[in-house]
Write a protein that binds this ligand. Structure first.
Ligand code: 13P
Length: 339
């Protein structure tokens, strides 16, 4: 199969009108942070148990079309000794891999960040592909302070995202391009909108310069929200601001926009997605999810590291996935949380 055909097939398997992506690609330190409140030590075995629980949830493929895995997980087995990527695909869930190596300060640009991991990326992708990965994810992070992100920070991050996406497509791997403008801080929704708009403009400009085919990538942006230390906005306000920014910046050729949850409460993230889909009008892209915390949080607490809780935790995950699938179609209502 040519690269182009491979990429087209992966997009076809991942993008439809009901489903979304589950992000389960936490690095070791982040996983330790997630396990800490439930009193579980992060180890190879506990991470394997948790991710095996996620991927073997019966019926998950009805709502989830892709799962982003961490490098370690590609080689792990489920309780039934099936490789985790294979167990995902049994449920029609396309396995993918987070390929960035995390963020560091951008040198000589105080307050700006940059993500590492481009060197040797093509060779790593070839290995991941053999292990079953068909798409990849790379995240750039932008914090909002008085003078950041700077113009230079925005351009430099865009360049890195575009280089990553080009390498992925050259290897037959669909890139998920994730520029995340953080919701940490006390900025209002207008400031978040302004920064997100500047970031997305720069990202698509760079993608164009690098020859990335927009039909064969996915965008994973933040929703436009007030900072965590600012007043909350209702879902209609979030939807309006988010769609305004996306319409101004994201070409119609992009097949799907899959939001990150970014620290929103699970119910809040679902309600916001629902409002976005109700308001989307004739938006040219699918508007879906690629949530980590907002999909996993409830299930993680139900599980609490105990094998006897696995079925109940899987039910909790399935419920969140189902409600987000409804929200993705604009058919969610808060009363459904009581089901
Ligand atoms: P959250 O939905 O928890 O923000 O995670 C999504 C993700 O993959 C961040 O890179």
């Amino acid at each position: 199969m040519s690269n182009q055909t491979t990429l087209q097939q992966t997009i076809a398997d991942m993008v439809d009108a009901q489903r979304g992506i589950l992000a389960a690609d936490e690095s070791h330190p982040t996983m330790a942070k997630r396990f800490q409140p439930i009193g579980v030590e992060s180890s190879e075995a506990s991470r394997r148990a948790w991710r095996s629980l996620l991927v073997t949830t019966p019926g998950l493929g009805e709502y989830i079309s892709g799962i982003i895995l961490f490098e370690e997980t590609l080689e792990q087995m489920t309780g039934e000794d099936v490789p985790i990527p294979e167990a995902a695909w049994v449920q029609n869930i396309v396995p993918g891999i987070k390929v960035d190596k995390g963020k560091i300060p951008l040198a000589l640009s105080p307050g700006d960040l940059i993500t590492q991991g481009l060197d040797g990326l093509a060779e790593r992708l070839q290995t991941y592909q053999v292990q079953g990965a068909r798409f990849a994810k790379w995240r750039e992070v932008y914090g909002i302070e008085t003078h950041t992100p700077s113009r230079h920070g925005i351009d430099t991050n865009a360049e890195v995202l575009a280089r990553y996406a080009a390498v992925c497509q050259s290897q037959g791997i669909v890139p998920i391009v994730e520029p995340e403008v953080l919701m940490d801080g006390s900025h209002d929704i207008d400031r978040h909108a302004d920064v997100t708009e500047r970031v997305l403009h720069a990202v698509f400009h760079a993608l164009h310069r690098h020859g990335v085919c927009l039909e064969l990538m996915l965008l994973k942006p933040n929703m436009v929200l007030p900072g965590k230390d600012c007043r909350r906005a209702d879902p209609e306000e979030v939807a309006e601001a988010t769609l305004r920014v996306l319409r101004r910046t994201v070409p119609a050729a992009v097949p799907s926009i899959n939001f990150l949850s970014g620290g929103q409460e699970p119910e809040e993230a679902t309600a916001n997605l629902n409002a976005i889909n109700q308001l989307h009008g004739n938006a040219p892209w699918q508007l879906s999810i690629s949530y980590g915390r907002a999909l996993q949080q409830h299930a993680l607490h139900v599980w609490s590291g105990k094998v006897e809780n696995v079925p109940a935790a899987q039910q909790a995950l399935l419920k969140r996935a189902r409600l987000n699938s409804l929200a993705r179609q604009g058919k969610y209502a808060a009363e459904m949380e009581k089901d």
